[in-house]
Design a protein around this ligand. Sequence first.
Ligand SMILES: NC(=O)C1=CN([C@@H]2O[C@H](COP(=O)(O)OP(=O)(O)OC[C@H]3O[C@@H](n4cnc5c(N)ncnc54)[C@H](O)[C@@H]3O)[C@@H](O)[C@H]2O)C=CC1
Ligand SMILES: O=C(O)[C@H]1O[C@H](OP(=O)(O)OP(=O)(O)OC[C@H]2O[C@@H](n3ccc(=O)[nH]c3=O)[C@H](O)[C@@H]2O)[C@H](O)[C@@H](O)[C@@H]1O
Length: 440
Amino acid sequence: MSRIAVVGTGYVGLVSGAILSDFGHKVTCVDIDQNKIARLKQGIIPIYEPELETMVEKNYYYKRLYFTTNIQDAVEKNDIIIIAVGTPPADDGSADLQYVLTVAESIATYMNGYKVIVNKSTVPVGTGQKVKSLVQDALNERGVNYTFDVVSNPEFLREGSAVRDFTHPDRVVIGAENEKAINLMKEVYRVLYINETPFVITNIETAEIIKYASNAFLAMKITFINEVANLCEKVGADVQKVAKAMGKDGRISPKFLHAGPGYGGSCFPKDTRSLVKIATDCGEPLSLIEATIKANERQKLKMVDKIVDALGEVEGKTIAVLGITFKPNTDDMREAPSLVILPELVKYGIKLKVYDPKGREEGTWRLHDIKDNLIWCEETYEAITNTDATLILTEWNEFRNLDFDKYDELNSGKYFFDFRNIYDKQELTGKGFKYYGVGV
Ligand SMILES: NC(=O)C1=CN([C@@H]2O[C@H](COP(=O)(O)OP(=O)(O)OC[C@H]3O[C@@H](n4cnc5c(N)ncnc54)[C@H](O)[C@@H]3O)[C@@H](O)[C@H]2O)C=CC1
Ligand SMILES: O=C(O)[C@H]1O[C@H](OP(=O)(O)OP(=O)(O)OC[C@H]2O[C@@H](n3ccc(=O)[nH]c3=O)[C@H](O)[C@@H]2O)[C@H](O)[C@@H](O)[C@@H]1O
């Protein structure tokens, strides 16, 4: 059993902490947000993430999982300190490292013996070394000579399937500088290690680049299929079939080939921008990623054009919006395509009736500027009632089986914008709908 502190109790920290405690370790989750920690102690999970609540409840009950705001105590009592705080984008596109470096300073301030400092936040290459020298300088200043190791252990979980992703990873990446740290990390992930999960052991810099390169590649893959989808529309091809056939080629793989309104979320947008900044600063520009970022911005606006062109006279029209989160099974709205698309529609004088199973709380403040043109609804059919068109922006399961017979009773128009391609164009056209997907 390892004694682990996880600093930062957000999407990554809480999931990692809960599962590592489930792996049998004694884990203390630390956050500066007192309200969050108080609620966690009462069993209230601050985010929506399937399976997480059970995982937290069980391990808290069995006293393997603790919550605190006291970082001093957490550093003193644990040997392995995992940093999982946010690295949000700064104005110039680089990752803002202030939270990571603050935690590193706290660790240095309270260190009372050997520690492994594990960086799980997504950070620019060179951050591990920065943390190392910051901690060493602080220890020198304290006049103590405790030893420590810095490890890069990037996280690849996805929101909405985080628990499964963490317990069944395609690989675990450990960037470290010596055997002692590597072995301690293998202990942390013992459950996965003995189950033959591939472990990639590298130096710190390589691990840091692996994370950014992986996210940028996936963002590029989505953008590639989005552009192919736009072409398909022009030439009468079906991107769903194109993607399916492409995906059969093992070298391509069918994953992340779903065309849509552009990628969003807390990571692809910020990590692509940060990687471009790193590369440009090094004099090795990543032109494919630069093009990806631009094409993704265009994709969101193309969705607006598609709606406006189809509806013709749009002023005063009302659209039912189903789904606003950046993907299903999360309440996270960070960089969701809806945050661009909906305000653009409002600029055209369109009114919106919005329903999302989990996005309303965050959506309310993120879409505050258009609140006068937006009505929040409690369920799907309330949103569809008295509208001119339906727009699907997030593929929540509950939108996959709409009762189309009901439409006529609801006084709703027959324009159907399915920007996640979850319906069959022919079937809906057969039911009298004017159907618009992406690339179909
Ligand atoms: N959200 C995701 O799906 C994934 C995120 N990542 C990366 O993991 C990192 C964390 O991301 P999220 O969990 O989404 O962030 P988040 O914003 O959900 O959570 C960060 C937490 O850190 C806390 N915090 C900030 N400063 C602190 C301090 N000094 N001491 C203690 N707690 C502090 C905040 O109060 C917050 O609860 C980022 O670098 C992100 O890029 C990596 C893989 C997946
Ligand atoms: O670093 C991170 O934070 C994480 O970023 C993504 O995970 P996440 O953003 O949670 O969700 P994804 O499933 O990757 O979806 C991201 C966006 O791409 C879109 N997408 C995804 C796949 C696809 O085929 N098409 C598509 O448009 C989604 O709708 C969503 O807006 C990566 O998939 C994770 O491996 C990574 O750990």
